[in-house]
Design a protein around this ligand. Structure first.
Ligand SMILES: Nc1ncnc2c1ncn2[C@@H]1O[C@H](COP(=O)(O)OP(=O)(O)OP(=O)(O)O)[C@@H](O)[C@H]1O
Length: 458
């Protein structure tokens, strides 16, 4: 064994890197327990706690791990997995180490690594093939596909918006993969707005603005995630405006994602708002029940887990607003099934998912969720829920949201007032009375409030 310390550090570096790529529960489940148990100059053996982890990591993450090790070390590092006990010693009764995947990597992958390394890495699992299409994401999916088939021709920019965990990043990565598949020479940059901001600040500090600009203004496809974080950052908006113009004028594709429609991004310069609206804006909604079942089935098949139909339906029924959470729940119960060898039934699924379901219920009915839903319904800005503005078109929806917060959550009058821009509890009492009176006098108000109540309670 040579250079054990060096390689151990290398693995720890890559592990930190992977932490940023995955949701916390996924990272904790698979990567956190992995240790570097043996290494040479060009090979690393990583210890994993059990056979299931070995198979799962081998099938799903080995390429990514190899890729990141290579990026971090600057050379090819062959990776294999070995089951070890808690002290890092080879575990008894283990048949054979899992074979590493065939090497060397295909040429296309090598080029792809190097190009995307400049701006962040696309997750190899986020492809069009693994994306389940439903009525909630059909338009965004079709637009993403069109962009990948004809970059800078179909829709430019493509603006994908929707709540957290609904597949925006997945679609952006899928566009990147698909373009690279057609044209391995394409220069793709995927990065978050936060990263763009940090690199810009760093470039100013280091007097390296020219280099920064070259990096992002010379790509063929710029994929920028979470553009809502441009809000309130004037200088970054200015910089991004010029990046956008340069790329657009050179007929390069731009894809943006945001957790809200462009017009809802507070303090976004008008010239950016108008540019973001030049192309196509496509939203992703929460998946319906059938789509959630289809996503679970697809992901369970990838995991090679056979789940009883009632367990799948139970999960799909209770976790409805965020696919990342649905995925986390699936991993939790799948691991249990494989690790214990016990058949998975509804009772054990319910037990295992107790905490997840509790959080779901709380999330579903928090004040912010109510504000957003009501704001959407009345087509006002979410920020109007907390603003001091008083026109009736805003004040009345705000009162309805206060009324529903009182009805559907356990928050005190004072807490509700706080959440509505620091209003006092008297304002909330007044809002509740006003809405009750209106509901008695006006059937259409009653209808709207009942509709919102049913929607929120779903
Ligand atoms: N339609 C889908 N089919 C299969 N998997 C999906 C689908 N939509 C989302 N996912 C999966 O759900 C997880 C969350 O998706 P993603 O990270 O793309 O969400 P996001 O909308 O970018 O969220 P955020 O705003 O928090 O960044 C990912 O693992 C993704 O692969």
């Amino acid at each position: 064994m040579s250079h054990p310390t060096h390689q151990t550090n290398l693995w720890e570096t890559v592990k930190c890197d992977l932490k940023g790529l995955f949701p916390d529960d996924v990272f904790q489940m698979w990567f956190e327990p992995m240790r570097c148990v043996e290494s040479t100059e060009d090979a690393v053996i990583l210890g994993v706690p059990n056979d299931f982890a070995a198979i799962w990591i081998h099938d799903n993450y080995l390429d990514l791990i190899s890729q990141r090790l290579r990026l971090a070390s600057g050379r090819m590092v062959q990776v294999s997995l070995r089951k070890v006990d808690a002290n890092g010693n080879p575990a008894p009764r283990f048949s054979a180490p899992v074979e590493p995947k065939a090497k060397p990597a295909p040429k296309r992958t090598v080029r792809y690594d190097e190009r995307s390394a400049a701006a962040g890495t696309l997750n190899p699992r986020n492809t069009f093939e693994t994306f389940v299409v439903g009525p909630n994401n059909q338009l965004a999916h079709a637009a993403a596909l069109a962009v990948s088939q004809a970059p800078a021709q179909a829709y430019n920019p493509l603006f994908i918006h929707g709540s957290t965990g609904l597949g925006k990043t997945h679609l952006m990565h899928a566009i990147g993969h698909s373009i690279l598949q057609r044209n391995p020479e394409a220069k793709i940059a995927y990065l978050s707005t936060e990263k763009f901001t940090n690199e810009y600040i760093h470039a100013i500090q280091e007097n390296a603005l020219t280099k920064f600009r070259q990096r992002y203004r010379n790509v063929d496809v710029l994929l920028i995630d979470d553009i809502q974080f441009l809000s309130g950052k004037e200088r970054i908006q200015e910089e991004f405006f010029h990046t956008f113009n340069d790329l657009f004028e050179s007929q390069k594709q731009i894809v943006l994602s945001s957790d809200r429609p462009v017009t809802e991004i507070a303090t976004l310069e008008a010239r950016l708002v108008s540019r973001f609206q030049w192309g196509l804006s496509a939203d992703i909604q929460s998946p319906d029940f059938e789509t959630r079942v289809a996503i679970l089935r697809t992901k369970a098949a990838t995991l090679k887990i056979d789940l009883p139909q009632n367990v799948v339906e139970f999960m799909a029924q209770h976790i409805s607003k965020n696919i990342r959470r649905l995925e986390g729940a699936l991993i939790k119960i799948s691991s249990y099934a494989v690790l214990t060898g016990k058949p998975l039934d509804l009772a054990s699924a319910e037990h295992l998912l107790k905490d997840v379901l509790m959080e779901e219920a709380q999330n579903r009915l928090n004040i912010e969720g109510i504000q957003k839903r009501v704001a959407d319904h009345y087509q006002i800005r979410h920020s109007d829920m907390t603003s001091k503005r008083r026109p009736n078109a805003i004040a009345f929806p705000r009162q309805i949201a206060m009324y529903l917060s009182r009805q559907l959550t356990r928050h005190s009058l004072q807490e509700i007032g706080e959440a509505f821009g620091g209003r006092d509890h008297g304002t909330v009492i007044h809002a509740v009375k006003t809405v009750e009176n209106m509901m008695e006098q006006d059937d259409s108000v009653r209808g709207s409030v009942d509709f919102l109540k049913t929607q929120l309670a779903k």
